[in-house]
Design a binder for this molecule. Structure first.
Ligand code: 5GP
Length: 193
């Protein structure tokens, strides 16, 4: 998606450790007009899928997921990160290792909000090693629901997540795919499609 690539080039900051900071428009301050264009694009890409719910993970996926959901006219559920779980049978739970914080979270979704009747689109801001998305897929499968696809704002194509998910036959649509980035030069190379 050209406008997202241009914005990353203009305002993204490449950090050491293969981290891209996009705090000025995506995950601290949020450019809602840009999110709206992203929502329109995801709707076009997944128009053939019977999506009735969007699932994301707190915190930075929530803003994007809400705007995307307006285009699909469906509710958003966000998986919650928690440090201590009381497994009381009321929640689906999985473990996710955070790429940016290098720690493992227990992640939960209430059984009230996903179930076998749901056809779910997963939305997240970044795809790196795929841990976050794989955790959400595990929750959806535990609930007996259907994964209709995964919509990602920025995929870091040099990391393994995209391939790992596509190899499982999951449809992954990323609006910008980065093939390489160099923190010394501040250079970002996007995949051409
Ligand atoms: P994964 O689980 O695919 O390894 O990482 C995805 C999660 O880590 C995303 O939800 C995102 O919040 C965070 N993340 C991964 N890479 C980056 C990055 O380069 N920049 C930022 N800001 N977040 C990232």
């Amino acid at each position: 998606m050209k406008i997202l690539e241009e914005r990353i080039r203009k305002d993204g900051v490449v950090k050491a450790g293969n981290v891209l900071k996009v705090d000025s428009f995506l995950n601290h301050q949020m450019d809602v007009e840009l999110f709206n264009e992203m929502g329109r694009e995801f709707k076009r890409l997944f128009a053939d899928r019977p999506i009735n719910k969007i699932l994301t993970i707190e915190a930075s996926g929530i803003g994007i997921a809400c705007i995307v959901a307006q285009h699909f006219q469906v509710p958003v559920v966000f998986a919650k990160k928690t440090q201590s779980i009381n497994i009381d049978g009321e929640v689906y739970t999985t473990k996710i290792e955070s790429f940016t914080h290098k720690r493992v979270y227990d992640v939960i979704v209430s059984k009230k909000y996903i179930g076998p009747e749901d056809h779910i689109l997963i939305i997240d801001d970044f795809l790196a090693n795929g841990c976050a998305v794989q955790g959400l897929i595990n929750l959806i499968r535990d609930a007996g629901a259907t994964v209709e696809g995964v919509g990602i704002a920025i995929e870091k194509g040099q990391q393994a997540g995209g391939r790992m998910l596509r190899d499982q036959g999951i449809r992954v649509e990323s609006l910008a795919i980065i093939d390489s980035m160099d923190d010394a030069a501040g250079e970002i190379v996007f995949r051409q499609n």
